[in-house]
Write a protein that binds this ligand. Structure first.
Ligand SMILES: [Fe+2]
Length: 506
C-alpha cells in the first residue's frame, strides 16, 4: 500500500483514533502527516451512526419540499411538446400494465421471484437468465456450502460477543451491526464460488467495445444483520438504493433512463452498463449514499429463513417498476384519493403532466428513494411487494440496482434471520477510487467510506487483516493485487484495468 493512502487514512481519523494508531507503531506516519502532500482523492469520514440515519422514514423526518430548481429540472426532462405527448401516452400504457402486473404478482406471490441453482447461473442457462432479468431479483441456491455458512454465523456471533461495544441498530437490541472487517466477512467476500456468482450476474449486462468498465468483480464491504425472532424494529420500508433525486438530476444518471424519459419505457433495457458506470448517485453527500455502482445488491444467507421470518421483500418486475419510478414525479393526481374511488383515483384520466411543481415524491436530498402507497399508488405495494422464497445457509439473494426492496416488518420465525450484505460490483473508474479508499479504511480498521464513521473496529479483538484474505481473486477484489491486462480483452476493459491499477498504486 502506498504511503499517500496510508497518510490519508490517518489524516481522516479523529485525534483519538490517530493516537491509537501511533500506539500500534504508526507514529512515524502521524508525525509526517503535516509534510505530506494533499492526498489525490480522499473522502471525508461520515458522522458516527447506524443504518437508522440512512432512511428518512427510519429517522422520523418529515418530507421536505424540494428547492425551486427542481421544477426547472422537470420542465427540462419533459422536453418539447412531442416528448410531453409521448410521456402522457406512455404513462397511460404503463399504469394499465401495472394494474395487470399487480394481479399477476399477487397470484404468484413468492413464486414471482425466481429461485435458481448456482450451476444454472454459472452456465448462463437461458431460462435462468431470462427469469432473473425480468424480475430483477433471484435466490441463487447453494453458492456456498451450508456448513461453511453456518460456521460463519457462529464466528460472527463470537466476534460480537467478544466486542460488546459494537454499534448496531436498534441500539437497545442490536441486530444490524456496524461490523465490516470480521474474519467471516472477509472469507465470505473472497469465497471463490461467491466471486463466480458475482461475475455471472455481472455478465447479464451488455457493454460496447469501448466502454471503460470491467465485469470482473470487486469487493464492497458492507454490514451484516442477525435479526432476532419477534423483531419489528428493523422494518425497512420499500426503497431503492443508489441515491434518490440523483436519478433525474445528474445528467449521466438520467441518461441510463433515456428511453423511459422519452416516453418509450417498453424499449428500456435495464442491463446496459456503460451509462450507469458514469452516474453520480451521490450529489448531496447523503448518509444513505453509495460510493460505488453496485450492479446487483445482494446478501449471503447464514440462516434458514423463509417468508414471514424477517426476510427481503421486492417488487418483482424490473422494467415496469423502474419506468414508474422515473415517470412518477412528472405526473400528479387531479382528484385526491379521499374524494374518489380507488379505481377512479388510479385511472389514467385522473393523472396529468406536472412540470410546475417541485415534487419528487419520497426522493429527499441526501436520503434513499422511498416508496409508499400514497407516493407511488400505481405500484399497489400492498399487493405487489412479495417476500423472496426460502433461503438456506449459503444461498444468496440478489436484486438489481433499481429494484424496490424492503425488509419484512415482523420476524415471525423461530431462529435468527442472518445475512451478510455482499453485492456484485463491476470495476469502473469511480469504483476503483472507492476501492482504494476502502482498502485504506480496512487497514485502519475503521468503517468503509460509505458508512457511518468513527473508530469502527479499531479497538476490537479478533478483527480480520489483509493477510486473512484467501486467494488471488479475493485479494484482487479488495485492491491488494493488480488487475491483469491481456491483449484479448476489449479495449475499454484494458483501459479501466490499467487505470484501476494506477489508482491502487499496483
Ligand atoms: Fe437497500
Amino acid at each position: 500500500m502506498s504511503r499517500t493512502v496510508q497518510l490519508a487514512t490517518l489524516a481522516r481519523l479523529p485525534a483519538r483514533r490517530a493516537m491509537a494508531s501511533s500506539a500500534r507503531g504508526l507514529a512515524t506516519e502521524v508525525h509526517r502527516e503535516t509534510a505530506a502532500p494533499e492526498p489525490p482523492m480522499m473522502r471525508k469520514q461520515r458522522a458516527e451512526g447506524d443504518i437508522g440515519s440512512v432512511f428518512a422514514s427510519l429517522s422520523g423526518e418529515a418530507e421536505q419540499p424540494h428547492p425551486a430548481r427542481f421544477a426547472d429540472l422537470k420542465r427540462h426532462i419533459a422536453g418539447d411538446e412531442a416528448n410531453r405527448a409521448r410521456l402522457v401516452s406512455s404513462f397511460r400504457t404503463l399504469t394499465s400494465r401495472l394494474a395487470a402486473a399487480a394481479s399477476e404478482i399477487e397470484r404468484l406471490g413468492t413464486d414471482a421471484v425466481p429461485t435458481v441453482s448456482y450451476e444454472s447461473l454459472l452456465a448462463r442457462d437461458p431460462a435462468t437468465v431470462a427469469a432473473i432479468k425480468r424480475s430483477g431479483t433471484a435466490v441463487v441456491q447453494g453458492v456456498v456450502p451450508r456448513t461453511e455458512a453456518e460456521t460463519w454465523l457462529q464466528q460472527v456471533e463470537a466476534y460480537v460477543a467478544a466486542n460488546p461495544q459494537v454499534r448496531g441498530f436498534p441500539a437497545d437490541d442490536k441486530q444490524v451491526f456496524e461490523i465490516y472487517w470480521s474474519k467471516p466477512q472477509l472469507a465470505a467476500r473472497a469465497h471463490p464460488r461467491s466471486l463466480a456468482a458475482q461475475r455471472a450476474l455481472l455478465s447479464l449486462f451488455s457493454l460496447p467495445q469501448s466502454a471503460e468498465v470491467s465485469l470482473t468483480t470487486i469487493s464492497y464491504a458492507d454490514r451484516l444483520r442477525i435479526r432476532h425472532p419477534g423483531d419489528s424494529k428493523f422494518a425497512l420500508g420499500p426503497h431503492m438504493d443508489g441515491g434518490s433525486v440523483e436519478r433525474w438530476e445528474d445528467p449521466a444518471y438520467r441518461a441510463v433512463y433515456a428511453r423511459i424519459l422519452e416516453g418509450r419505457w417498453e424499449n428500456y433495457d435495464a442491463y446496459e452498463l456503460e451509462a450507469r458506470a458514469k452516474a453520480n448517485q451521490n450529489l448531496y453527500d447523503g448518509a444513505g449514499a453509495c460510493g460505488v455502482f453496485r450492479a446487483f445488491q445482494g446478501w449471503t444467507s447464514l440462516s434458514d429463513t423463509g417468508p414471514g421470518e424477517g426476510t427481503l421483500r421486492v417488487y418483482p418486475l424490473l422494467r415496469e417498476m423502474t419506468a414508474y419510478t422515473l415517470l412518477r414525479p412528472l405526473f400528479r393526481e387531479k382528484a385526491p384519493r379521499a374524494a374518489v374511488s380507488r379505481e377512479h383515483y388510479l385511472a389514467p384520466e385522473n393523472w396529468e403532466l406536472d412540470i410546475d411543481s417541485t415534487a419528487f415524491p419520497q426522493a429527499p436530498l441526501g436520503r434513499s428513494q422511498e416508496f409508499n402507497d400514497a407516493s407511488h399508488p400505481h405500484l399497489e405495494l400492498d399487493r405487489t411487494m412479495v417476500s423472496i422464497p426460502r433461503v438456506r445457509p449459503g444461498d444468496q439473494a440478489w436484486w438489481h440496482a433499481d429494484v424496490i426492496h424492503a425488509v419484512e416488518s415482523i420476524h415471525r420465525g423461530a431462529g435468527p434471520s442472518a445475512v451478510m450484505y455482499i453485492p456484485a460490483v463491476p470495476l469502473t473508474h469511480l469504483n476503483a477510487q472507492y476501492l482504494r479508499d476502502q482498502r485504506a479504511c480496512f487497514e485502519a480498521r475503521c468503517p468503509p467510506p460509505d458508512f457511518p464513521g468513527g473508530e469502527g473496529e479499531s479497538s476490537f479483538t479478533g478483527t480480520g487483516t489483509p493477510s486473512d484474505i484467501q486467494g488471488t481473486d479475493g485479494r484482487r477484489a479488495m485492491g491488494f493485487e493488480a488487475f491483469p491486462v491481456t491483449s484479448d480483452m476489449r479495449r475499454g476493459e484494458q483501459a479501466v484495468r490499467r487505470a484501476a491499477n494506477d489508482v491502487l498504486g499496483l
